[in-house]
Ligand binder design. Sequence first.
Ligand code: IMP
Length: 194
Amino acid sequence: MQLVFATHNQNKLEEVKKLMPSHIHLVSLLEIGCTEDIPEIGKTLEENAQIKANYVTENYQLPCFADDTGLLVNALNGAPGVYSARYAGAGKHAQDNMNKLLKELASSTDRSAYFKTIIALNLHNETHLFEGIAEGEITFETAGVDGFGYDPIFKPIGYKETFAQLSLKTKNSISHRGKAIQKLMDHLKKPSNV
Ligand code: IMP
């Protein structure tokens, strides 16, 4: 069975491809001829994931899944949340987003935060949602050079290092996205679901 992963991020695609059961042929947006950027106009992670998956299913008549992730900081009532990618403004970089977050939290003793990933899967005219959460805290300064986004200021619970100091293998085994993908895989591995 052919299944589209609605992402333009080649790294995400390769990572997920390795985990797919053999009866599923994972294809990218490029492979189905979809070059446009699907607008993320939802107000929640759930809405955005569904908007992306629905766009592909409606326009290409193919089963599809899409993900959306945000960093939710408790002292900031869940910000930046669904706006994590553009917290410091459109066109700004990860460093700008981290600087803004560290500034907002400068006087806060509550540093608790979590990443949340939602995956929306459209299969056989039904939508399924899978959630993955990684709890941790926001550090006072950046540490580490690996990863992306907020990794250098996010220390997962039970670790002394930030996500940016952990190996990709370790990060994937405890991360929000890793957990959501695992739930998706468990669903796809059940023959009665596919
Ligand atoms: P996306 O939905 O995966 O594109 O993620 C949206 C934004 O959340 C990204 O642009 C990053 O700023 C942030 N983000 C998502 N996943 C991670 C992660 O694993 N580490 C750090 N930041 C992340």
